[in-house]
Design a protein. Sequence first.
Length: 291
Amino acid sequence: MATKTGTTVRLKDIRFDEVSYPHHQNIIQVELMRKIRFPVVCLIFAMFNFGGGCRDAIQSNTTDILRLQKEAKQGNAGAQLNLGFAYSVGRGVEKNPKEAVKWIRKSADQGNADAQCNLGAAYACGDGVERDLAEAVKWFRKAAEQGNAVAQCNLSTAYAFGDGVEKNPKEAVKWIRKSADQGNADAQCNLGFAYSVGRGVEKNQKEATKWFLKAADQGNADAQCNLGAAYFHGIGIIKDVQAAYGWFLLATAGGNKEASLMVAFIAKNASPSERKAAQDWCKHWTPTKAP
């Protein structure tokens, strides 16, 4: 399973995007609140330190796993979480989703927020346990209330679409804002989208652009696409085709298909100097780190 430290991992490329082309006067709306669902079970382990290191310290050797098992059996919540990770990906032990959930649950029951988020993910995905969205929401809430940014993002998604809980756009915005304020790029893009369409909050294009920019600066390709659209149409920000082209280029490099369409369109209409300036900017651009 793929992981991405500190962000929500997309399980599937399920697209429900609302796309506007250049002749429309609407922002390209890459609807992350629908697209990004729940993290895979192994997401949070990269954020948890055990034995002086993160999950990469768990080696595929007998000695390391025996030490981890010993600590886990003694009730160490961190060891239980990392042992769950080992079983979830088959690192040092045979891959066993049910055994992974067993140890994640032990850690979650001790109040470990990362474990609670991962247990919620297991229920959301039906990975090692029967799929149960209501149970997923229960564990996401426990972790979210402790300040876990990924759990807050997932709880927001649940409220946004009524997955395991009654649909409530305002409650969705409440939790996505908490996550966004902690620097979660996916949450920041979702909050920008909420403002851009007025979902759960009063429509405000300037505020939408503000949050798209925060996420785009961290390398979120969908936010980069939306920011490019904002610059292209002059929505919530001063129109700047060169800047739009630059952000579309970055989004395309990040795998955003809608952005690639805009790159092709602008490339045919922008001047050579505008294209070169944007391309040079992209070469020197580096993502910022979340606080």
